[in-house]
Design a protein around this ligand. Sequence first.
Ligand code: FES
Length: 88
Amino acid sequence: MPAQGHFSVSFERSGSAVSWRPESGTLLDLAEAEGIPIDSGCRAGQCGSCTISLVSGEIEYLGAIDQEPEGRCLACLAVPKSDLVINA
Ligand code: FES
């Protein structure tokens, strides 16, 4: 089940903090809406180009991913499960 609620997402490198809600979509969608650059490719959890470091907080995935990168996440499928700090 997709995440519920509102969480704060801090983008450490760009110094922005935004509020995430379910309609914000994935972390990649959220970053793009805020003009924060995150690489992307397949947008389907396969290529790994959207990998970002998770500084704190928990995420979940909206779909199946090939492999969960340790301490990092695939922004194209990840949504927050708590307030997050990410290195982007
Ligand atoms: S864009 Fe390919 S894994 Fe996220």
